[in-house]
Design a protein around this ligand. Sequence first.
Ligand SMILES: Nc1ncnc2c1ncn2[C@@H]1O[C@H](COP(=O)(O)OP(=O)(O)OP(=O)(O)O)[C@@H](O)[C@H]1O
Ligand SMILES: [Mg+2]
Length: 465
Amino acid sequence: MKVAAVPAVAAPAASAPAPGARPSRVATHSHIKGLGLSPSGDALDQSAGFVGQRLAREACGVVVDLIKSRKFSGRALLLVGAPGTGKTALALAVAQELGAKVPFCPMVGSEVYSAEVKKTEVLAEAFRRAIGLRIKETKEVYEGELTELTPTEAENPLSSYGKTVSNVVIGLKTVKGTKQLRLDPSIYEAILKEKIVVGDVIYIEANTGAVKRVGRSDAYASSFDLESETYVPLPKGEVHKRKELVQDVTLGDLDNANARPQGGQDIMSIMSQLVKSQRTEVTEKLRREVNRVVKSYVDQGVAEVVPGVVFIDEVHMLDIECFTYLNSLLESPMAPTVILATNRGTSLVKGSIDIVSPHGIPNDLLDRCMIVKTEPYSRDEVSKVVQLRAGIEGLSLGEGVVAKLAGEGETASLRYVLQLLTPASIIASLQGRTEITLEDIGEMNDLFLDARTSAALMSASTPKP
Ligand SMILES: Nc1ncnc2c1ncn2[C@@H]1O[C@H](COP(=O)(O)OP(=O)(O)OP(=O)(O)O)[C@@H](O)[C@H]1O
Ligand SMILES: [Mg+2]
C-alpha cells in the first residue's frame, strides 16, 4: 500500500502553506449560484446572486422543471436581450439548478468557423462535452478534516545543499475520532498541489495515494452567504474506511481519451496533447464505440448518465448548415439541454441568400425554441449587483460610489460598470487606499470608454463622405 511506504529518494521540500485563508478565484459569474426561486417558483428579489430579471428567472425555472421531468427533449431555450442583461448568467443558473456537477458547456456561435475542424464537428463535440457520466467505485480511503500537516525534513542524500522531506505526518479527524498517519513525501507534494491547508476535509486513496480536497470543514464557515468556498460537514465513521467514490467525466473526455490512448495524467503529456492537437481523430465510429461501452456501464449500474447543458451564445453567428445540424442533434436520443442566446433582432440567416427571420434563426429551429426575454436593469438593480460583486471581490466602496456606478450602469451597461470595479480597486491600492472612492471612478472614466461613448466619438471624428 503506497500510503505507508517511504521510498529511498525523497521528493524535494516545498515551503509549507500558511494555514488559514486560501485566496479564491473570482470569475465573471462567481456570484451566481442558481435562479433564486422560491419553492413555488416565484423569483425572490435578491437571491442566489440574482437581482431583478424576475420574469426571465421564473420562465427559466419552468424550463428547469420541464427538463427534470424529461419533457424538454427536442426543444431548446432561447434567451434574447440586450448585451449585459444576464443571458449567460441565466444559462449558467439553469445548469446549477439541474444539480451540482451537471456539465455546463458554453460556446460562442462563431467558434464553429475554425480552419481546422468542420463546423458541424465543433457542434457535435460541444454536445458530447455536455453529457456527463458519473462513475461510482468503492475504494479504500483515509478521510477526515486535516488537523495536522507536519513534513519531516532530512538531509538530502544526493546533494549537499538543502533538505528534502522524508515523510509527512498528517492528522485526520472525523466525528468518531482522530488518526495520525505517517505518509510518503509524494503525498505531501500532492497536498501542496491541491492547496490543501489545515481545516480542509480531504481523502487519500489508499491504493494510489491520490489526494482529493472535498471542501472546507464547516467549523470554519464564515457568516457570509456569498463565497466561492464550499463547506462540508465533518465526515462520519472511521478515518480508514471503504468509501463510494464518484468520478465525473463527460462523453467528450472519453472520446478524446480514446482517440489518444497514449496520453497520461501528468502535466507534460497534457501539454504535448495541446500542441499536437489531433482533433479530427474523434470519428463518428469512435463515438459509437464509446457509447456502446458507456451503455454497458450504465446497464451494470456502475455509471449513470448526467445530461448537462450546452450554451450557444451569439447563436445568430451560426449559418444555415449549422442550424440544420443543430436540429438533428436536438432530436438525438442522448441530447443535452440546449440553451441559445442572441442580442440580434430580425436579420438574414447566415449562409442563406434571402431567408430573413427573427434573431437570424431559421423558422424550423425557432419553432422548437421556448423564447425568454431579458430586460435592461434599473438603477436600483445595478446598484444591488455592484454591491454583490464588490462583496465577492472583497472590495470596499466609498461614499457615493455605488450611486455613481448605478447611474452609469443605467446609461452604459451592467457589464461595463462591473468591469470597472477591479481596475478601480487597482488605482485605489496604487494610492495606498483599500477603499474605492469617487475620484477613482472618475479616473477610470477618463481612462476607459463605454461602448456607446466610444462609438459616438468614432462616428463624430470620421469625416463624412
Ligand atoms: N440579474 C442579475 N443579477 C446579478 N448579476 C447579474 C444579473 N444579470 C447579469 N449579471 C452579471 O452581469 C454581468 C453581465 O451579464 P451576462 O454576461 O450574463 O450578460 P449577457 O446578457 O450574456 O451579455 P452578452 O449579450 O454581452 O453576452 C455578469 O457578470 C453577470 O453575472
Ligand atoms: Mg453572454
